[in-house]
Ligand binder design. Structure first.
Ligand code: PAF
Length: 284
């Protein structure tokens, strides 16, 4: 697996593959890879002949109060993991290649970028939408694979690909979890030993709340109880809400047979912010 750092080299490799009739899947990442990312590469391998992964810690999706310099960077380790997972090419551009002097374009997906993460992290999704659009247009892959852990991000990417008619199939990949249920995330590395032990309460509480609501209990009351349980476990809950899985609009009643609903949560444990989501479904 080679690493290329500029768009000319990237496109030359893609052109050669396309010349042999091969299809391409892209797995965009910010590095600090874990088994969740490698599962995306595995899905890419099943969907296409070639898999390109990108590593780019995108400054535009970090807020003023979020420490970009603290984000874990470990390209050599990541490259070895990608090679082991069967990735064919790593694209790891420098910031000034993605955003050269004079770069002035922002891709903004209005509406879907408002609730939940959008409220807690203003500007975040403009940064995501802009970089994902740029990466897709640099490579024009047949498929692009994103994890369902970042459900709102995935919904926004699906929207922008549809709206801008970018000819790529967006594939959502199931969240990969640690044995205790914690969703894999590069941010888990920030948790202290003690916090890590507590962290599994988040998916456990989320899942229990989803099952309680699916069983017929009131949404507001169930989510208040879950918030209180998380607070007493040491979390600061940013949001815990039930929303339409596609439109992301908050819904306060669950009725079997309505459009798919999910619970969405963001909560802080110490200085680490964790997010997760879970379907609300009868029989789930
Ligand atoms: O999910 C991520 O790692 C990032 O938001 C993405 C999609 C690679 C864009 O920087």
């Amino acid at each position: 697996m080679d690493t290329v750092r500029d768009v000319t080299a990237l496109r030359a490799r893609i052109r050669a593959w396309r010349g042999h009739g091969e299809t391409i899947a892209m797995v965009p990442t910010m590095g600090a890879l874990h088994a969740g990312h490698l599962s995306l590469v595995g899905i890419g391998r099943r969907k296409a002949h070639r898999v390109i992964s990108t590593i780019f810690v995108n400054p535009k999706q970090f807020g003023a109060n979020e420490d970009l310099s603290r984000y874990p960077r470990q390209e050599a380790v990541d490259a070895a993991m990608l090679r082991g997972a069967g990735c064919d090419l790593l694209f790891a551009p420098a910031a000034d290649l993605v955003y050269p002097p004079g770069f002035a374009t922002t891709v903004s997906v209005s509406g879907l970028d408002r609730p939940m993460e959008g409220e807690s992290r203003p500007g975040h999704f403009d940064g995501v939408a802009t970089v994902v659009t740029k990466l897709l247009l640099m490579a024009f892959p047949d498929f692009a694979i994103f994890g369902e852990k970042d459900w709102q991000q995935l919904a926004i990417i699906r929207r922008l690909v549809t709206d801008l008619e970018i000819p790529v199939g967006v594939v959502g990949a199931p969240t990969v979890r640690e044995p205790d249920g914690l969703a894999m995330s590069s941010r888990n590395a920030y948790l202290s030993h003690g916090e890590r032990a507590v962290a599994a309460a988040l998916p456990r509480t989320l899942r229990a709340a989803a099952m309680t609501i699916a069983g017929g209990a009131g949404v507001g009351e169930t989510l208040s109880t879950a918030r209180a349980a998380l607070k007493s476990a040491g979390f600061k809950v940013d949001y815990l809400t039930m929303a339409n899985a596609e439109t992301l609009e908050t819904v306060d009643r669950f009725e079997p047979g309505q459009s798919p609903m999910r619970l969405f949560i963001a909560a802080r444990l110490g200085t680490t912010r964790l997010i997760d989501n879970w379907p609300v479904e009868t029989g789930g």
